[in-house]
Each structure stands twice: as structure tokens, then as C-alpha cells.
Design a protein around this ligand. Structure first.
Ligand SMILES: Nc1nc2c(c(=O)[nH]1)N[C@H]1C(S)=C(S)[C@@H](COP(=O)(O)O)O[C@H]1N2
Ligand SMILES: [Mo]
Length: 263
């Protein structure tokens, strides 16, 4: 094999760090990317080739680890089938009470005022404007019973109702050829999703939980519910939605959680 990119500089930095670099890279390259590529590429030369980084200092090692993580996202996105439906469940299987989770305790749940609430749409959209709750409630509503999976090690089945997100996107004139949709919340949480997931038939802008108005702890006035994604990709208390081609990251994603976050 010939190196087309700059060869790895095996200087003192590298020889003393080789083992830990490979270990970190392997950790970063989670399934399914790891499975697809096998273990063979996880040599310093292979890592350098794959990432285009010369690995000669801490900065380039960090860049490499970031790229590995994005590579992971790319592989997951490639394997995502927009037509495949997440399982749905009978009413008898709903978890009661449904768990609460956030990056803070239940006493700090934000109180969003229904009367003054506005949903801001911005970025690559013709319908750049604010939406009121009544306008959202007037759109066609769907309901589904699905499993919510949290990366912290629990899952629960719940029933959410609301507007199909693709329907809302159409009405808001959002550019569906853009790469990302970013979602900002009243508690300053934020996340972002890929366009195929935004357009997935089970992605709902939910306004209700178990047939009643979404309570504050579950994200009043709305939670974007995606049964194809892990819990942290399902934002509560959304106040702004933006369509963009610039990678928006997210609260947990920027702290190392996998961006694609499929379940
Ligand atoms: N605004 C906001 N949305 C959020 C979070 C948060 O802290 N703030 N936490 C996420 C995580 S990690 C999980 S598991 C679910 C929990 O939703 P639940 O309280 O309805 O169970 O919300 C997600 N959405
Ligand atoms: Mo979570």
C-alpha cells in the first residue's frame, strides 16, 4: 500500500502515545462503523489514512478523533432506512408512570407560558415566522405508542400525539434538501437531526402525552418525538427550529455523545 496522504511521523510523541491513540480511535469508531471496517485499519497508518491527519501532535490526534466520530455518523446515516418503521405497542404496554429525565432535576423544569408561547422558525425556510400553539393544534394530529430509549440505561413505552414533523416543515416552507434541522429549547438545551430523520413518518412534533396536553415535565408545550432516535435526540420545550447546512451539534453531542444517536 502506498501513502497518498502525508505519512505518519513516528516521532517521540507518537511512539509513546501509539497504544492510547489506537485505543481512543477504536472507542470513537463505534458499531456499526467498526464492524464495517473490521479491526485491520486500526493501526496508526490506517488511522492516519482514514482521517487524513498526520498524528504528529495532540492537536492532530484530537482532529482525528473528531473525524472518526463524524465518520461514525456518516456510516449510521448511510444505514438509516427512511422507510423502516420503529416498533409500536398496544396501550396495555404503556409504562406508568413514564419516567422524567433532563440535565437537571424535576424541580427545575421550565414553566412555559401557553398564552405568550411562540415557536420561531428560521434559517433555510420561506415561512420564517413565529407559530402559536393554537396554530399548531389546528394542524392534522397523529398519535403513536412507541418506546423511548435513554442512553443512561432505561427505556419506557409512552403515547405521544401531535403533528407529523414533515407536514409542519412543508407548511413552514422549510428547505427539505438542507442537511440539518436544529432545535432549541426553553431550558437552553439543544440538539440537531439529519434531514431523513426529520422527514421520517414517525417523527412527530408532539403536543400531547397519553391523550392530555403535554405536561411540563415531559416538555410542555412540545417535544419532537422520534422513535428512531435515542432519548437525548428528542428535545422538549422547543422554542426555535432552524434549517441549516452548517453542523449545529447539540448539548450532549458536544460533550461526546454520538451525533446520529439512532436507536
Ligand atoms: N429540553 C430538553 N429536552 C430533553 C432533555 C433536556 O434535558 N432538556 N433531555 C433529553 C433526554 S437525555 C431524555 S432521556 C428525554 C427524557 O424525556 P422525558 O422526561 O419525557 O422522559 O428528554 C430529552 N430531551
Ligand atoms: Mo436520555
Amino acid at each position: 500500500m502506498t501513502f497518498r496522504k502525508r505519512p505518519v511521523k513516528l516521532d517521540t510523541f507518537l511512539s509513546s502515545h501509539a497504544e492510547s491513540i489506537i485505543k481512543d480511535a477504536r472507542k470513537e469508531l463505534k458499531d456499526p462503523a467498526r464492524r464495517l471496517l473490521g479491526k485491520r485499519i486500526l493501526t496508526l497508518g490506517g488511522i492516519a489514512l482514514l482521517s487524513g491527519c498526520d498524528l504528529s501532535n495532540d492537536k492532530s490526534v484530537n482532529t482525528m478523533l473528531r473525524k472518526m466520530s463524524f465518520f461514525n455518523d456518516d456510516v449510521q446515516a448511510l444505514l438509516f432506512n427512511p422507510k423502516e418503521m420503529a416498533p409500536t405497542y398496544p396501550e396495555s404496554m404503556i409504562t406508568r408512570p413514564f419516567p422524567f429525565n433532563a440535565f437537571y432535576g424535576i424541580d427545575d423544569v421550565p414553566e412555559v407560558d401557553a398564552a405568550t408561547y411562540q415557536l420561531q422558525v428560521s434559517g433555510l425556510a420561506n415561512g420564517k415566522r413565529v407559530w402559536t400553539l393554537d396554530e399548531l393544534r389546528a394542524l392534522p394530529q397523529k398519535s403513536q405508542i412507541t418506546r423511548h430509549i435513554c442512553i443512561e440505561g432505561w427505556s419506557a413505552i409512552g403515547r405521544w400525539g401531535g403533528v407529523r414533523f414533515s407536514e409542519f416543515m412543508k407548511r413552514a416552507g422549510m428547505d427539505m434538501t438542507a442537511k440539518y434541522v436544529s432545535l432549541h429549547c426553553a431550558d437552553n438545551y439543544w440538539t440537531s437531526i439529519d434531514m431523513p430523520t426529520a422527514l421520517h413518518a414517525q417523527t412527530l412534533l408532539t403536543l400531547t402525552y397519553d391523550g392530555a396536553v403535554l405536561p411540563p415535565k415531559y416538555g410542555f408545550p412540545m417535544k419532537l418525538r422520534m422513535p428512531t432516535k435515542l432519548g437525548y435526540k428528542n428535545p422538549k420545550h422547543i422554542v426555535a427550529i432552524s434549517v441549516t447546512n452548517d453542523y449545529p451539534g447539540g448539548y450532549w453531542e458536544n460533550q461526546g455523545y454520538n451525533w446520529f444517536g439512532g436507536s
